[in-house]
Design a protein around this ligand. Structure first.
Ligand SMILES: [Zn+2]
Length: 246
């Protein structure tokens, strides 16, 4: 198991940096979007990257600590929070179960919000994570300010992901490795749905299919397995720098 050691602030900073770098390398994150995580031992604050730092060069020292009003409490005044920090802050305020949030703008998944008659369905087995639903937030604007953050959080409700119409995705989970795992599978499901639709009529997974997969699912083990696979490959290819505390 990878996750037996208690999380520290340093390790969480490294996890956010690694997840962001690997999502950039996978073509899921680009010049905007962010991964955040609650600060270990301090549930009313969280770590998120600074607004100005390019995602594909993110390092642990580029994270700032924000409170649940989205205010930066960073020691370095040059480090400012991203415009959409309220998206993260209001989810953490409303959802004690959420320890990490990813927000990104992946066009192929977003395209399901641009049409009227083809909602994103569950077609791959790992999409069982979203069997409660993938709501679509109707306001396509930046999730900037508390009011928009609260509105987005109401749309998300008790679910584990939502789409923002004509904008992007929000994924929530119990840790940074888990939010990374879920993001990879969310995109895999959207890609597969799109590919299937280009061949013929899409056959989504049935409730019985999802029951079967859910009964066999070992989530912690799958999260560890996928995280280890990406860390290993990303170290070999030079995507991850030396010295991350992982
Ligand atoms: Zn956005």
């Amino acid at each position: 198991m990878l996750h037996l050691a208690p999380r520290s602030e340093g390790r969480t900073r490294s996890e956010i940096a690694a997840a962001t770098l690997m999502l950039c390398d996978a073509g899921i994150m680009s010049y905007s979007g962010h991964v955040s995580a609650r600060l270990p031992g301090a549930d009313a604050s969280f770590l998120i990257q600074s607004i100005d730092q390019p995602r594909n060069g993110l390092r642990p020292e580029h994270m700032i600590v924000c409170d649940l009003d989205g205010r930066s409490i960073a020691a370095d005044p040059k480090l400012r929070a991203p415009i959409e920090v309220a998206l993260h802050a209001e989810i953490y305020r409303a959802r004690p179960d959420v320890k990490s949030v990813a927000h990104f703008h992946y066009d192929l998944a977003t395209s399901f919000t641009l049409v009227e008659d083809v909602p994103l369905r569950l077609v791959k087995n790992h999409a069982v994570r979203w069997r409660s639903g993938i709501p679509v937030h109707d306001d396509p604007g930046h999730v900037a300010g508390a009011e928009r953050g609260k509105a987005l959080t109401r749309t998300l409700g008790p679910h584990h992901a939502c789409q923002i119409r004509a904008h992007g995705q929000v994924i929530v989970a119990e840790s940074v490795p888990a939010v990374f795992h879920d993001t990879i599978h969310f995109i895999e499901n959207a890609d597969a749905h799109h590919a299937a639709a280009s061949i013929g009529k899409v056959r989504p997974l049935s409730a019985a299919d999802l029951d079967l997969f859910e009964a066999e699912l070992k989530r912690d083990r799958l999260v560890d397995k996928l995280w280890a696979y990406y860390l290993d490959g990303s170290r070999r290819s030079g995507v991850l720098p030396e010295g991350l505390e992982l």
